[in-house]
Design a binder for this molecule. Structure first.
Ligand SMILES: C[S@@+](CC[C@H](N)C(=O)[O-])C[C@H]1O[C@@H](n2cnc3c(N)ncnc32)[C@H](O)[C@@H]1O
Length: 174
């Protein structure tokens, strides 16, 4: 095998492991760092609460919240590159866990706040899981697009800001 084929092969493997999420529900695009505190405020985060990012990418949001707000964070990621990147970083945090999985397979029934930044078509698929599994009083924060027709979730608040995504907060009804 010549050197060019090896380099090309490596390039393809790296690319696939980086963008694999787009084959599933959304490609990697990070939440803006300047929005991290908006999300924390919307969630009413308190020390000891649990926060889960479905499709956590680099998990930078989780590392920030874990450090600043002392919450217990879980990230679920399917792109190998981002999983490894955040898994290694999580070894330095005792309140951040990163799992390699398709988020549809993960139980979210014990989580206080679930965060998602994906695509509208994915939100529709994810809606049934969240409605079924989220505990009573559990919160869901959605970036950029609202959910359609969700009877078992309260629509609580819309956090809008110029030149920045809108965040929608939902809460599970008793
Ligand atoms: C738009 S990015 C958001 C990243 C991160 N949540 C943030 O806000 O910075 C979506 C992430 O979801 C991951 N993803 C897409 N479909 C997934 C699935 N079914 N299971 C787990 N992760 C998935 C992608 O690999 C990507 O990293």
């Amino acid at each position: 095998m010549d050197i060019l084929s090896i380099i090309l092969g490596l390039f393809v493997v790296c690319g696939l492991s980086f963008f694999m999420g787009s084959y599933f529900d959304a490609m990697w695009l990070p939440t803006k760092r300047s929005d991290y505190d908006r999300i924390a405020k919307l969630s009413e985060l308190k020390s000891g609460m649990s926060f889960c990012d479905l499709g956590s990418g680099s998990s930078n949001l989780l590392f920030y919240l874990a450090e600043k707000y002392r919450v217990n964070c879980v990230g679920i990621e399917i792109a190998p590159f981002w999983y490894l990147f955040s898994k290694i970083k999580s070894l330095f945090y005792n309140n951040v866990k990163i799992k390699y999985d398709n988020f549809y397979n993960q139980d979210i029934s014990q989580v206080d706040v679930v965060y998602v930044y994906l695509l509208p078509r994915t939100y529709e698929k994810l809606k049934n899981k969240v409605v079924k599994e989220l505990k009573i009083g559990g919160k869901l924060i959605i970036s950029s697009w609202p959910l359609q027709d969700v009877d078992t979730l309260y629509f609580v608040y819309k956090n809008q800001k110029n030149n920045s995504p809108t965040y929608y907060l939902y809460e599970k009804k008793p």
